[in-house]
Design a protein around this ligand. Structure first.
Ligand code: SF4
Ligand code: SF4
Length: 545
C-alpha cells in the first residue's frame, strides 16, 4: 500500500472553490433512526425501467423480501421491503426527482418487529470458496445501485467489467460538493467493512491497481482508509486537492491517472471502472452479510435544522422523520434540497421519501445559499455581459454562455453542436456568473426538450415503418392472388384439352411452362418478403398484431 502525494496528481480544466460547510454535520457519530411507522417505497429508484410489483395490498412482508423486481434483460434493480409489515397501499406519490412528478410507490405499514425473512450471510474468510457467478448473483439479488447519485444498477456494471477485465479500479470518495459528509463519516466509522467490500470488487475485477480518491479536506477518513487498506499492495489511497467537482467521474479519473474518457464514452473504454465508496460499503452488506440494500447513510444539514448530522435510515422513510431526528427546523429554514447546493434539486415538501440515491437533505436559508453562490438562492437575473467566467470554470471545456444563448433562442441544433450532452450539470458556471444567470436550469430545460424531440422522432419513424410494411403486405397479397388465378387458369385449360382429346404431349409442355411461370412469380414475391422482414423483423410482429 502506498499513499500517493499531492505532487503525484494532475488536474482538470476549470473547477471552483465553494465554501465546504461540512464540519457542521460531522460533529456527531452516524445516528440510527428509530423504526418509522410507515415507509413509502418508489418502484423506480434506479436508472432503467421501473421494477415490476411482486406484492398486492394486504400482503404481509418480511424485512428484506423483494417487493418489486425486474423482468429479465431489463436494466434496473430489485426493490425490497426495508422492514417487516403489511402493504397498506400501492399508489402514486411525490418522489424525489427534479421533475417533481409523482411515481408509483408501495406504502408499507411497519409492524415494529423488524423481522428478517430468508437471508444467508457468508464468512469473509470463505470468500475464495465462491465463484464470481455466485458473488454477482448475490449483488444482483441485493438490488445494489451506485450510491453516489447516479443509481446505475451495480450488477450490470460489474457483470460487463468482470467478463472483460479492467486495468484500474477507481474508488470515488472525493465527496466534493459542499455540505455533504455521509461518505466522510462512513469512511471514518466503517473503514474495515468498506475494505471487505473492496476485497469483493478486487476479486471480481482483478484490476492491476486500485486508486481511492479522497479530497484532502477529510483527514480522518484518509487515515482510517489508509490503515484499513494496509495489507493490499495494489491499493493506493490518494489524498487529492480540494476542488469542486473533483468527484465527477471523468474529473476524478483525470486527476488520478491523467487519462481522459472520450467524449460520449465511459471509463471502461480506457480500461477503468469507477465505484462510489458508499456503494463499496453496500457491496460488503450484500455479499458478506447477505443483506439487500435496505438503508443508507444520509446527511441532514444546513442552517435550517437544529442539529445537523448523518443518519442511517431505511429507504422509504419520509424526510420529515429525518428532520425530526436532526432536532427539527430552525426559523431560518427556507429551502429543502435533495443533494448539495450545487447539483441538488428543490423538494416541494418533506413528506417525500428517502430513496437509494438520497445522499443529503440540505435545509437552508436563502442567505446561506447566496453565500455558497448556489443556484437555489434564486437571485435576480441580469443580462449576460460576456465576461467568459463560465467558460473558464467549466470542467468539461464547454462554452456555457453560447449554450445559454442558443437555449434562449430555442436553437436546439446549435445547442447539440455545442455538446450539451457532455454537460454534467455541476453548476460551476452558475457559481461564477456575475449576472446570476441560472445556466444549469437552462441546460436542463434544453436537455428535456431534446429528449422529447427525440421521442417524437422515434414515434414518427415507427409509424412510417409500420405504414411501409402494410403497403408491402398489400402488394404481396395481390401477387399471391394473381399466382392463384394463373394456376387455376392452367388447370382449367388442362381439363378442357383432355376433354377435347388434343395432343397430350404438347399440352403437358404448355402446362409445365405455366407452372414454371407461376413458381417464378411466387419466388420473386417470397424474395421481396424476406428482404423486408430481414430489414425490420420487429415491425413484422407489430404489423401482424
Ligand atoms: S459568466 Fe454569466 S455573464 Fe459571464 S459570460 Fe457566462 S453567462 Fe455571461
Ligand atoms: S453545468 Fe455544464 S456547462 Fe456549466 S460548468 Fe458544469 S459542465 Fe460546464
Amino acid at each position: 500500500m502506498s499513499l500517493l502525494t499531492k505532487s503525484s496528481f494532475w488536474t482538470f480544466h476549470g473547477g471552483v472553490h465553494p465554501e465546504c460547510h461540512k464540519a457542521m454535520s460531522t460533529q456527531r457519530a452516524i445516528q440510527t433512526l428509530p423504526l418509522p411507522k410507515q415507509l413509502i417505497i418508489p418502484v423506480q429508484q434506479h436508472i432503467g425501467s421501473p421494477a415490476e410489483l411482486l406484492v398486492t395490498v394486504g400482503d404481509t412482508v418480511f424485512k428484506g423480501q423483494p417487493i418489486a423486481t425486474m423482468a429479465s434483460q431489463q436494466l434496473g434493480a430489485t426493490i425490497h421491503a426495508p422492514s417487516s409489515g403489511t402493504i397498506e397501499a400501492i399508489k402514486k406519490h411525490n418522489i424525489p426527482h427534479p421533475s417533481a412528478l409523482d411515481g408509483l410507490c408501495v406504502v408499507l405499514r411497519l409492524d415494529g418487529d423488524d423481522d428478517w425473512g430468508d437471508y444467508q450471510p457468508i464468512a469473509y474468510a470463505d470468500l475464495d470458496q465462491y465463484t464470481n457467478k455466485q458473488l454477482l448473483a448475490r449483488i444482483e439479488t441485493a438490488g445494489l445501485v451506485g450510491l453516489g447519485g447516479a443509481a446505475f444498477p451495480s450488477f450490470v456494471k460489474l457483470k460487463n467489467s468482470s467478463k472483460k477485465g479492467i486495468e484500474t479500479l477507481i474508488i470515488n470518495a472525493a465527496e466534493c460538493e459542499p455540505y455533504i459528509s455521509c461518505d466522510d463519516m462512513l469512511m471514518r466509522e466503517r473503514a474495515d467493512e468498506i475494505v471487505k467490500g473492496l476485497q469483493v470488487l478486487l476479486r471480481l475485477l482483478q484490476p492491476t491497481r486500485c486508486l481511492i480518491g479522497i479530497e484532502d479536506n477529510k483527514p480522518e477518513a484518509i487515515v482510517a482508509i489508509k490503515k484499513a487498506t494496509t495489507p493490499f499492495d495494489n491499493v493506493a489511497v490518494c489524498a487529492i486537492p480540494t476542488l469542486y467537482p473533483s468527484g465527477g467521474e471523468k474529473q476524478l479519473i483525470k486527476i488520478l491517472t491523467n487519462k481522459e474518457v472520450p467524449d460520449g464514452g465511459i471509463p471502461f473504454d480506457i480500461g477503468m471502472l469507477c465505484h462510489n465508496i458508499a456503494t463499496v460499503y453496500s457491496l460488503y452488506n450484500a455479499v458478506i452479510k447477505g443483506e439487500p440494500l435496505l438503508s443508507r447513510v444520509v446527511t441532514v444539514t444546513g442552517d435550517g435544522v437544529k442539529q445537523p448530522q448523518n443518519i442511517e435510515t431505511l429507504i422509504g422513510t419520509p424526510v420529515s422523520d429525518l428532520i425530526k431526528q436532526a432536532g427539527g427546523y430552525t426559523e431560518k429554514a427556507q429551502r429543502l434540497i435533495m443533494g448539495g447546493p450545487m447539483m441538488g434539486f428543490t423538494l416541494p415538501h418533506d413528506a417525500i421519501p428517502v430513496v437509494k440515491a438520497s445522499n443529503c437533505f440540505l435545509i437552508a436559508s436563502v442567505s446561506a445559499l447566496q453565500q455558497t453562490k448556489s443556484p437555489h438562492a434564486l437571485q435576480a437575473q441580469m443580462p449576460c455581459i460576456r465576461c467568459g467566467k463560465c467558460m473558464v470554470a467549466c470542467p468539461v471545456n464547454l462554452l456555457p454562455q453560447q449554450l445559454y444563448w442558443h437555449t434562449q433562442a430555442k436553437d436546439f441544433e446549435k445547442v447539440v453542436a455545442h455538446h450539451l450532452s457532455s454537460c454534467i450539470e455541476c453548476g460551476c458556471c452558475d457559481f461564477v456568473c456575475p449576472s446570476h444567470i441560472p445556466l444549469v436550469s437552462y441546460f436542463r430545460f434544453a436537455k428535456s426538450e431534446l429528449r422529447s424531440q427525440q421521442l417524437t422522432l422515434e414515434k414518427a419513424n415507427i409509424s412510417r415503418e409500420r405504414h411501409e410494411f402494410q403497403e408491402f403486405r398489400r402488394q404481396r397479397e395481390k401477387e399471391e392472388r394473381a399466382e392463384k388465378r394463373l394456376k387455376h387458369k392452367a388447370a382449367l385449360q388442362r381439363k378442357k384439352a383432355s376433354a377435347k382429346g388434343k395432343n397430350p404431349k404438347a399440352d403437358a409442355i404448355k402446362a409445365a411452362m405455366v407452372r414454371a411461370n407461376a413458381k417464378k412469380v411466387a419466388r420473386a414475391a417470397e424474395a421481396k418478403a424476406n428482404s423486408v422482414i430481414k430489414k425490420n423483423p420487429q415491425d413484422e410482429a407489430k404489423g401482424e398484431s
